[in-house]
Design a binder for this molecule. Structure first.
Ligand code: ACO
Length: 376
């Protein structure tokens, strides 16, 4: 093995841990104060006071909409919700063995390939594309959930807000207001988180002057992994594995002895707790009460308690959101696509920011392969 002297080993930060790559005005994560700001606003305040549509507008425009701006934005978003026949046909062609993240990734690719303006990276065109994806991702996710259950497609309703319509298209009925609110809160909390792996992927793709759809498709690919968005599904699989609260401690002991990562715990940036968890946990509590599932809350608490006394590693947003989506009625494999529907707002805000002040993202590597050699 050799070491390239042009890049000393001590400069290598595995996983880019702690490396500041660029500026962003979209959001600020401060692990010291355990805070997360979208365009200056604490995410908890946005979740409590704004709809997800307002948050999407804020991420893209930098300011919350006034009444008229919101009305115009809502009218536009509602008019774009219907899926093209081509997108439906392609989804229908995909086998049910395909993971729903693969379906979402493919559907976004089809939307991009069908857009004659796909290559137009002007700010106005990129904003148009962002609103279209924001409007259509719920239709894709809802349709995929339904076809997996052998149910027919439910067309969107333009008299409903984003979250109410999303749930209506999924379940063919309007859930109660508390459920819609809890879901809306989860969308706001998942919307944006600075240079996380999927957002960084989207920015890398944008930096090559590729198109917005390609960058979003790349983001979806990065989000699918269990160390990132895939963790919300994995939490529910863990709950299924454990069964009941009384078995949580023994299960954890066994899992840690096998050196397993406990999904829904730990974070690259937050080491003293994820700032989004208390807000999502409050929504989970409301859902537990609404659906009368104290057993699920007991399991949630038992595993968290066991994890704290054994490893002192705090839960991340995926820990409360997984069981929340389960209570709302989604199949476990649909959880990460729900994350996509939310995060597309943050991804596209970053894509537009990257495009506006671009530099090709191209880091260096330190070679540690065999020394130079020659044939013969
Ligand atoms: N379960 C068990 N041990 C853990 C966990 C966990 N969830 N998280 C961290 N650790 C341990 C590691 O084993 C390591 O221990 P060691 O020093 O004895 O080897 C130490 O804590 C540091 O962990 P790293 O993995 O090096 O920390 P990193 O910052 O790279 O990891 C990550 C962050 C990937 C999120 C990690 O905590 C993890 O794998 N968590 C589970 C997956 C998950 O929930 N991902 C969701 C992220 S948040 C989101 O996408 C909304």
């Amino acid at each position: 093995m050799s070491t390239d002297t042009t890049a000393p080993a001590q400069e290598i930060r595995k996983g880019l841990a702690g490396v500041v790559v660029d500026y962003t005005a979209v959001s600020k994560v401060n692990p010291e104060t355990n805070s997360l700001l979208y365009r200056g606003y604490p995410v908890q305040e946005l979740a409590a006071n704004c709809t997800f549509e307002e948050v999407a507008y804020l991420l893209w425009h930098g300011e919350l909409p006034d009444e008229q701006q919101l009305a115009e934005f809502e009218t536009r978003e509602r008019s774009l919700r219907r899926l093209d026949e081509r997108v439906k046909r392609v989804i229908d062609e995909l086998p049910l063995t395909a993971h729903p993240m693969d379906v979402v990734r493919t559907a976004v690719s089809v939307i991009g390939a069908s857009d004659p303006d796909a290559a137009d990276a002007s700010p106005a065109s990129n904003l148009d594309k962002s609103i279209r994806l924001f409007a259509q991702l719920p239709s894709i996710v809802a349709y995929d959930q339904r076809r997996r259950r052998g149910q027919h497609l439910v067309e969107p309703r333009d008299d409903l807000g984003y979250s109410a319509n999303f749930l209506f298209m999924t379940f063919d009925e309007l859930p109660s207001e508390v459920v819609v609110e809890a879901f809306d809160v989860s969308m706001t909390l998942y919307a944006e988180h600075s240079f996380n792996a999927s957002t960084f992927t989207a920015r890398v793709i944008t930096s090559t002057m590729s198109d917005l759809y390609s960058a979003v498709v790349g983001g979806i690919g990065a989000l699918k992994g269990a160390l990132h968005g895939g963790a919300n599904e994995a939490v529910m699989h863990i709950f299924d594995e454990i069964g009941t609260a009384d078995k949580a401690e023994a299960w954890l002991e066994q899992a840690l002895s096998e050196k397993r990562k406990i999904m829904g715990f730990g974070h690259r940036v937050y080491k003293n707790g994820d700032s989004r968890v208390p807000t999502m946990k409050a929504s989970l509590d409301i859902l537990v009460e609404h659906f009368d599932r104290p057993d699920l809350l007991a399991l949630y608490t038992a595993l968290d308690d066991a994890m704290q006394s054994r490893k002192a590693i705090q839960p991340n947003l995926d820990y409360p959101s997984g069981p929340a989506y389960h209570l709302i009625g989604y199949d476990t494999e649909m959880f990460t696509p729900l994350f996509v529907a939310a995060r597309v707002t943050g991804w596209t805000a970053h894509i537009m920011e990257q495009a506006a002040s671009n530099a090709l993202i191209r880091p260096l590597s330190a070679y540690n392969g065999v020394e130079e050699r020659h044939i013969g």
